[in-house]
Write a protein that binds this ligand. Sequence first.
Ligand SMILES: [Zn+2]
Length: 285
Amino acid sequence: MYKLKKCALCGVETDLELSHIVPKMVMRMLKKTAIGNIRSSENPNIPAQDSEKHFMLCGKCEDLFSDKETYFANTIFHPYIKKEKINFDYDGRLFYFLTSLSWRSLYLDLIDFTENHLVGIDTLEHLISCENIMRYYLLNKRSDIGAIEHHIFFFEEIREITGNTELAELRPHVTFHRGIISYTFCYEDYDTCGTITNMMGIMVITLYKKGAQEKWEGTQIINGSGNIEAKNQHITSVVGNELINILRTVQASSELMSEKQKWKIVENLKAKADKIKDFAIFHDW
Ligand SMILES: [Zn+2]
């Protein structure tokens, strides 16, 4: 758990609140719908009581985020999870919410990236500048986030997955719903990086850099009023590999494997990652 000294958003030195990276309502809904205890994928042997949280925001900034989070919950999250709707009209609050979600995740990942030299200097500088842009937007000091794109991909609507047979064997419908996860990924060779968040099959992907081979159809959320449908979404993207990663991690946890076994899977996956150079293609109809 990170315990920052200053508010990550406004920079004020004050007592910070425990911020959830993935909204609380997602965890509440998961608890309601799952059988037995929810286990966190980080530690399958301990039932997770709550989602990942850190001391990172002051009360004022938490309040700034909370009504947009409620808006997302009422407009998309609950209607979709309860299978009431697949077509959603939205306004500018959605864009704000998605920015706050990915920004929180990116902010914490940047601490890790910087300390552990996990990405190249150019990528790191780019991510830092994106974090700045999003922070200024969240503080209402600018009205856009430049070339950064937000996408929502509804995973449950997938009926067929092509491009990777292994993925199909992982029964994504089952496994995805057990997973709550948010992190930043970088494919420097493909000039693509972003933050991915899974909220019970609602995947939020924020792209900080989008390589030439990336194709995203029916997924982008615009900065303003628009419409999104959990239908006709097509992605050709390195993010396909992340979906495999998430599935693997969640499945490994749900089978209550030992840490050693899980480690083996991750290592195996890393070894394979180089071979999965062709992009996985995800289809929905
Ligand atoms: Zn603050």
